[in-house]
Design a protein around this ligand. Structure first.
Ligand SMILES: NC(=O)c1ccc[n+]([C@@H]2O[C@H](COP(=O)([O-])OP(=O)(O)OC[C@H]3O[C@@H](n4cnc5c(N)ncnc54)[C@H](OP(=O)(O)O)[C@@H]3O)[C@@H](O)[C@H]2O)c1
Length: 328
């Protein structure tokens, strides 16, 4: 039985500590399908888990990482055969309550495994992954509520992040005027290069105590929550829609009733952790009208050996775009 390398999270006297360890298959949680990992991704919650921050991982020890792609090594069910190219993305427990993606081999229930679609290879599947999927679901929802490119500018908060970058790119491709809101003034050039018409500093949208401000935004894809979400709500145009799914700026926020009762503001929560068999239509759109046009600028690739230091950098807000982890 081969041994392999994994990043595993331990709870040591109440402190969460990740370590690079050597394991074998019997050490992993049970499952019908064993997959040799080729790529994984680093989402905000993955970086928090690896760095021992927050409460992402619920069981110890546990391998973090909520999405991966690779090649089936063995399967107890005929549905999958050795050599099949597959992906595991999200699901309620992967990398949370059961061993996840940051290992050279992954073992999971067959229900969590999805073939890599014909439009994408294993790398592109991870490059897009939960980041592009979540942003496309949020944009689709905003448009279904009546926001069109003619409605006015769309704000994207946390614009340099993985989800934020995809939101900027996809919205611009659909013909929207995108205003990128960021804490990194130095990344204005990057944000324009992926489709932002304008770039505004995070501090510049958080305004005074008035419950309503000048009407600026027809909609917003909010990846950060907290004070920026409150500022966006106060500056929404009549009938504007905010689709919110992130918490980097805070898990709570204060607002007033006035954007809702005087301007008809709509605040929509997005939970993109859909069952695998319900994700097809969003993935089809990511291959067609919502296809990101600047993958080469948004994606960076790091070797598995760099994962831990990279996660520490990401949670300090020091990353840009989306990161794919490459295994041997
Ligand atoms: N609900 C769902 O289904 C779902 C799915 C996927 C992701 N998410 C959530 O969406 C969020 C974004 O995920 P991600 O993977 O794109 O994360 P990410 O790549 O780490 O990006 C987060 C971005 O937020 C901004 N930011 C960081 N710290 C901040 C702070 N203190 N205040 C304000 N902004 C801050 C930064 O962008 P700037 O410097 O440009 O401002 C950063 O690049 C996370 O909260 C994640 O958990 C939710």
């Amino acid at each position: 039985m081969p041994t392999f390398t994994a990043v595993r999270l331990f709870n040591e006297d109440g402190r969460r500590v990740s370590r690079v360890v050597t394991m074998n298959l019997d050490d992993l949680d049970p499952g019908e399908v064993v997959i040799k990992t080729r790529f994984a991704a680093v989402n905000f919650k993955d970086a928090r888990a690896v760095s021992g921050e927050g409460n992402v991982v619920k069981r110890f020890p546990c391998i973090p990482g909520i999405e991966m792609s690779g090649v089936v090594a063995s399967s107890a069910l005929a549905r999958f055969r050795a050599g099949d190219r597959v992906t595991v993305q999200g699901g309620p427990d992967f990398g949370i309550r059961r061993d996840g993606a940051y290992a050279e081999y992954v073992r999971v229930p067959a229900a969590w495994v999805h073939p890599v679609t014909v439009e994408f290879d294993e790398f592109t599947t991870m490059a897009l992954g939960i980041g592009a999927y979540t942003s496309s679901v949020a944009i689709e929802r905003m448009m279904a509520l009546g926001v069109t490119p003619q409605s006015g500018p769309i704000a994207v908060t946390g614009a340099t992040g993985g989800c934020g970058s995809f939101a900027v790119d996809i919205l611009a491709g659909l013909g929207f005027e995108v205003v990128a809101i960021t804490g990194k003034a130095s990344e204005a050039g990057y944000l324009r290069s992926i489709g932002a018409a304008r770039v505004i500093g995070r501090a510049d949208i958080v305004s005074g105590p008035k419950p309503l401000e000048e009407q600026r935004w027809a909609g917003c894809i909010d990846t950060v929550g907290g004070a920026p979400l409150d500022a966006i709500l106060r500056s929404l145009k009549k009938g504007g829609v905010v689709c919110a799914f992130g918490n980097a700026a805070g898990e709570t926020f204060t607002t007033s009733i006035y954007p809702f009762i005087l301007r008809g503001a709509m605040l929509i929560g997005i939970n993109a952790n859909h069952p695998v068999d319900q994700r097809g239509s969003a993935w089809s759109r990511l291959a067609t009208d919502m296809k990101p046009r600047h993958l080469d600028r948004i994606i960076q690739t790091i070797p598995f050996a760099q994962l831990k230091p990279y996660c520490d950098q990401l949670i300090k807000g020091g990353a840009r775009g989306r990161t794919v982890v490459q295994f041997q």
